[in-house]
Design a protein around this ligand. Sequence first.
Ligand SMILES: NC(=O)C1=CN([C@@H]2O[C@H](COP(=O)(O)OP(=O)(O)OC[C@H]3O[C@@H](n4cnc5c(N)ncnc54)[C@H](O)[C@@H]3O)[C@@H](O)[C@H]2O)C=CC1
Ligand SMILES: O=C(CO)COP(=O)(O)O
Length: 337
Amino acid sequence: MAETASTPTPYGTIGVIGAGAWGTSLAITAARAGSAVRLWAREPEVVEAIARDHQNPMFLPGVPLPATITGTGDLAAAADAEALLVVPPAQHLRATLTALAKVARPGTPLVVCAKGIERGSGKMVYEVLAETAQACEPAILSGPSFAHDAAKGLPTAVTIAAHGAIAGRLQASLSHATFRPYATDDLIGVALGGAAKNVYAIACGIVDGMGLGESARAALIARSFAELTRLGVKLGARAETLVGLSGLGDLVLTATSPNSRNFHFGLDVGRGRTIASLRQPGQPLAEGVETAPALVTRARAENIELPIAETMASVLDGTLPLDQSIGRLMSRPLKPE
Ligand SMILES: NC(=O)C1=CN([C@@H]2O[C@H](COP(=O)(O)OP(=O)(O)OC[C@H]3O[C@@H](n4cnc5c(N)ncnc54)[C@H](O)[C@@H]3O)[C@@H](O)[C@H]2O)C=CC1
Ligand SMILES: O=C(CO)COP(=O)(O)O
């Protein structure tokens, strides 16, 4: 099919790197959109289950996988595709991209779908991409999207950030009747929104768990969005991205839903569970736990004050008792909105 301005050509084969809940759901999405999909899993039992039963019971139980998805444990085989969706936990992104860069063809779009900031360095996913995979094309997919919702075919909209014609081709490769990607070239805004909302979702879960009320939660969401916007503007994100799906949209979803693992983590903390018990191996992934200190590191480097994120980082590392955290936020000097 000839490519025109109105009908970008979809990528015919998509590799999905990481077969957790979101990687599997995105593989289903790409298959429904018409692509042949190679889904790479770290876990041999996941590769076996995909080959034997067309299922991923370990990470996305109860959802049949289309026959056009092939599971593989061979990274080079999965990377032999026209575009790659990269879906590890954010703290494993650098290692995953470093391995991928050795086997991906130069010029291949690498679409990071992880939501987080690198702990220690405070680097955002577009910076990790630039440092590890210079020969590939950077892209980011983010937005309000629970893996189970998209896999079940419930209406879902996300933002894809990429340069030039790539964003449109990725849109065409993933869109179908119930999955609607919007395009932008603002990688900074999309990366920041997806990462920061996890930190603020934990805070909102804590407020719910402590029984502080819906008014408090709404105030926290609004002030969290003010923080996200402050840092975003300093980093060079565009305002319309921050109020869009990958910013405000994902903040609203994640900071209000017990189906969010980050919100649920906060809910459990607010109800009195210890952070150590919630971080045992086998517990659900809550990206905001690692991203909270990383967000603070980055904001300090940019000379931006993020009181809610700083409070969360201190609660999560155990240096601020939970019962003092709300008082610390409420007793800050009064100031204009
Ligand atoms: N689950 C969801 O609804 C959504 C998740 N995301 C994001 O997608 C990313 C992946 O999350 P999920 O698929 O939910 O994860 P998951 O909790 O379902 O699965 C864990 C994933 O981590 C991988 N993993 C474990 N140890 C690893 C290591 N040492 N190196 C590399 N990978 C390792 C596993 O192979 C598996 O793919 C996260 O950044 C998350 O924020 C984004 C949107 C929706
Ligand atoms: O990113 C998500 C929804 O957009 C998933 O949120 P959790 O990781 O908190 O479950």
